[in-house]
Design a binder for this molecule. Structure first.
Ligand code: SF4
Ligand code: SF4
Length: 56
């Protein structure tokens, strides 16, 4: 999963739907740990501005 930082406004919505805690939010940005990610696509589906894509 990849987050488009130009679009992401760090709303935090994606963080709460990740079953493996692969999404790390800090004050200014959100990161996805692709080593932990199981490609469930939850984050991609809930992002209100479609800032997450399946790219690595
Ligand atoms: S695809 Fe699923 S496992 Fe991967 S970061 Fe998104 S919510 Fe977490
Ligand atoms: S849901 Fe989308 S906009 Fe919100 S923090 Fe996650 S990637 Fe960014």
């Amino acid at each position: 999963m990849k987050i488009n930082r130009e679009l992401c406004d760090v709303c935090g919505t994606c963080v709460s739907v990740c079953p493996v805690d692969a999404i790390i939010v800090s004050e200014f940005k959100v990161d996805i740990d692709n080593m932990k990610c199981i490609n469930c696509l939850n984050c991609l589906k809930v992002c209100p501005i479609k800032a997450i894509t399946e790219d690595k």
